[in-house]
Design a protein around this ligand. Sequence first.
Ligand SMILES: [Zn+2]
Length: 136
Amino acid sequence: MKPDSSLFKSIVAAKCPRCREGRMFPAGTLYHPTKFAKMNESCSCCGQSFEPEPGYYFGAMFVSYGLNTIYFVAAWLILDGLLDEVTTPIMFATLAGVTLALLPLTFRWSRSMWISIFVRYQGNKAASSPSTATHP
Ligand SMILES: [Zn+2]
C-alpha cells in the first residue's frame, strides 16, 4: 500500500474506496452551487460503481447527521470560549452559517464514508480487474 492511500485520506479526498485513486466526484465542482452533488457513475481507474443500487446513499444521511453534530459541538465550544454570553440568535446564526459553509464537504464526506464501509480496498489489483461489485 502506498503511503498516500490511507483510508482517511481516501475519504477526505472522496476517492474510490476500492482502488483509492479514482475520483467519486468530478474535479472542480466542490463549491459549484448546482454541481457539488453530481457524482461520477463509476471509477475511472477500476470501474467500481459509485451508485450500486437506487437509494444506496440513504444511510449516508446518518453519517451526515454525525458530522453536523461534531460541527455544532465544536462551534458551541468555540463561541463559549470567545463570547461572554452565547445567545440563542447568535448560536442559530452560527450553526446555520457553519452548516451551509460545510454543506458540500459534508455531502461528499458522508457518501465517501458510507461507501467505504461496504467496499473493501483492493489496492493495485483493483485497477487490473474492473468490476461493479460492491462486495469483492
Ligand atoms: Zn477505483
